[in-house]
Design a protein around this ligand. Sequence first.
Ligand code: MG
Ligand code: MG
Length: 442
Amino acid sequence: MQPFADRRALLSARMQQAGGGVAVLLTAPEVPRNRDSHYPYRWDSYFYYLSGFAEPEAALVLVATEQPRSILFCRSKDAEREIWDGFRIGPQAAAERFGFDAAYPFDALDEELPRLLADQPAIYYAMGSDSALDGRIRVWLDAVRAQARAGVSAPARAFDVRALLDEMRLIKDASEVALMQRAASISARAHVRAMRATRPGRREYQIEAELLHEFRAAGSQYPAYSSIVAGGANACVLHYRDNAAELRDGQLLLIDAGCELDGYASDITRTFPVNGRFSGPQRALYDVVLAAQRAAIEATRSGATFIAPHEAAVRVLAQGMVDLELLAGSVDGLIESGAYRRFYMHRTGHWLGMDVHDCGEYREPGAAAAGDGERPWRVLRPGMVLTVEPGIYVRAADDVPAEFHDIGIRIEDDAVVTEGEARIITADVPKAPDDIEALMRS
Ligand code: MG
Ligand code: MG
């Protein structure tokens, strides 16, 4: 529980620097799927980051004064409901076990919040994230204002608590990096299992099942996002979802899948031949993407900008497109005009953490706009975690060499920025063509 308490203390300190106030964070609601059945429950990342508390119907209130206090609101013990839905810890035990200064039943929120907000200078919450929350905040503030004649003042300022938390979540602490390494290792094993299980005649969902088996058998609660298992031309659909086609001899299979473990995501992509051997044209394109990924990883280091890996990857990809006669012209010209985007239309990475596309600004917050009217790109610092995922996607077209038609390739690893070279936490799954072929033969 110590990392959670440390984060609450840090958030309180940052709020105090801005004059103090009260932060209110609600966890995510349960979402019905149909009638009496719900989607698998996933708490709100901001709430969990500060509390470690996994039950639905819960709220965290931080009072950032000289003596900061953290107060949990959670479901009361309920013998009847616990028979149907399982154990609830209840406020009293939650306060003890999780280290909160106080805990109340969730139902007491509307009664307690006006008291907690009285005479506080500011309120911090996820502004505009949810109209129900916005409405409740207004009701609580009205209840404070109603006491004005008794000499009570209401918060005069409101801040989005996520602005402070995004900056905190961007730099992972040691416990988070350790957890992300475990999630990454499980996902790497799942990709190895998928490679071994792939052969012509199997269907995409059968390979997806191999991934899910490995995730769940290792204790992962959910996939971090919908797995993409895309054979042949399906790999050129960036967010392919069907996962239903039969895999054919001579195709490549692109798998983009990662598990979530105790709230932290992993995100791996590998592309490999369904029959275990790359054809000449497949290998030629693959080698370009792999070289681009290596250049991007090389550029992922403390002091470089977030965009440096992307720029490194784009240069190698554009050169490869010229060499393989997908495009004509100079590399500089193709980068300048953006012509390379016909075959590489996404960014090379994103922040990774509790959310697969994790929070955190990609440009320096608070910095002045540069000559192009944009704030400068974020400088990478140790503890930031991001993906490195270049690709090439060649849809069939008359002006493209036929040997490359319908080939989609992406290679994605997860990188922790350190003082030196980036630490690749997904390295357990092969990506060199010879290593992939050897694994698939074994
Ligand atoms: Mg991915
Ligand atoms: Mg990704």
